[in-house]
Design a protein around this ligand. Sequence first.
Ligand SMILES: [Zn+2]
Length: 189
Amino acid sequence: MPNKSFIKDLNVKYSIVFRDIKYPRLELKTGNLIIIVPRGYKNPEKLIEEHEEWIQKKIKVINESKERSKGKKLNYERSEEDLRKMIHENVDRYSIKLNVEPNRIILRNMKSKWGSCSSKKNLNFNKLLKFLPWELIEYVIFHEMTHMVENKHNKNFWRIISTRFNDYKQKENDLMDYWFLIQSELMLD
Ligand SMILES: [Zn+2]
């Protein structure tokens, strides 16, 4: 487990992770800063200073999301079985629309994502999706399935997304809000 520390000036927790990678990178998706560096990397903390502006900007976005999330509510009515059924039905529907053939659909607990799509065309969905409004679950399904057509979040990717979800920016923001709402209501992390 990575060591958790705290940056006072920025009011954010951070951890350092050593991995078999070439270049260091910073992640701040979940509200905590993760500094990912190649094995043997010296003084990873220095990256905090170097990228302070970027970190501050991200923290601002996160704080705004947390503020918005106070006006949202989780759905406690939907069961995991309901979620599974809805996902399968919609994967079938979107397979036709996108002309793709997913391999497996897997529901599991995921720590930092709503879903993912592997190169083997396995679709993974976070079980926590059951707490979300239906249109956001639908958006996550379509988003992950679009990755079977376009791997990266590039222009083409968002073009395909907008054929079904014109308001994808709003959806991405909403997903972030619900992420923080779940973190605070279910006391995760
Ligand atoms: Zn994506």
